[in-house]
Write a protein that binds this ligand. Sequence first.
Ligand SMILES: C[S@@+](CC[C@H](N)C(=O)[O-])C[C@H]1O[C@@H](n2cnc3c(N)ncnc32)[C@H](O)[C@@H]1O
Length: 290
Amino acid sequence: MSQTIHTPVLLDAVMTYLAPQIRESYLDLTAGYGGHATAVLKSTKAPQAATLVDRDQTAIEALRELEASGARVIHASFEEASRLLVQQGEHFDLVLADLGVSSLHLNTASRGFAFSQDGPLDMRMDQRSELTAAIVVNTYGQADLEHILRTYGEEPRARAVATAIVEHRPISTTAELARVIARVLPKGSRAHPATRSFQAIRIAVNDELGQLERSIPLWLQLLNPKGRIAVISFHSLEDRIVKQAFAEVAGDRYDADFTQLAKRPVVADDHEKVTNPRARSAKLRVLQRK
Ligand SMILES: C[S@@+](CC[C@H](N)C(=O)[O-])C[C@H]1O[C@@H](n2cnc3c(N)ncnc32)[C@H](O)[C@@H]1O
């Protein structure tokens, strides 16, 4: 891809651990703007053996160039795409999932992901889905909202935030929601007080953890012998799911089907943390089928 609008996170580590070889097949479950895919395909030199998945229409348009070079592009959630690929009996040498939102999501006010810019309460990664942040914020019961804020945002003052949201309904924009939340939370930390709540609502709107939990077993089925899978997560809830799922199938036992290629999660070095803020919380885990 000639221009990358999204700087791929942990690119060197992904290339080191996936170690793509010429002609290997590649499944990118969150292809986004094609940053990782472009680098991997430079090594495999086999775009026709690549499948690139994303559920965001903007990402799909950005992947057209790779599609033109022979890659198959699937506009679907990674759960749907993985089910389809398993059904079709497909297998891959290299699998990558770089989870979460892209910088383009966060920087495009109209997508409604950002508290720092005013936009509609949307937060859908797939614009074809019905559930929006506006529906969660304006129609969910107070107890459900509190549960979402506590579980997906690890927001210690979930009850106060849920109460404030219910009292200020209807809330129609991201800036309005951020103001309502900020008013009931203490100031002081470096992050915006609405950070945790926005993360929580976004995870609920996109069923991010459910998708991940249901998809990892499918990803493992899709791996060829000696195939490698790399997953990059961005918060502890995601990382916990990946860590547990990988630990269940990998190990020193003679009958374990997989080996963990990195014993500890790989994180960004100080240089990458400064130059690419998204990398600050990134954790990479890698598994190889025996
Ligand atoms: C961090 S970006 C990926 C960036 C990409 N690795 C690159 O180098 O350009 C994450 C992408 O994953 C997509 N995504 C997140 N969850 C998804 C899911 N469950 N199914 C399909 N795509 C998903 C988002 O739409 C977004 O484009």
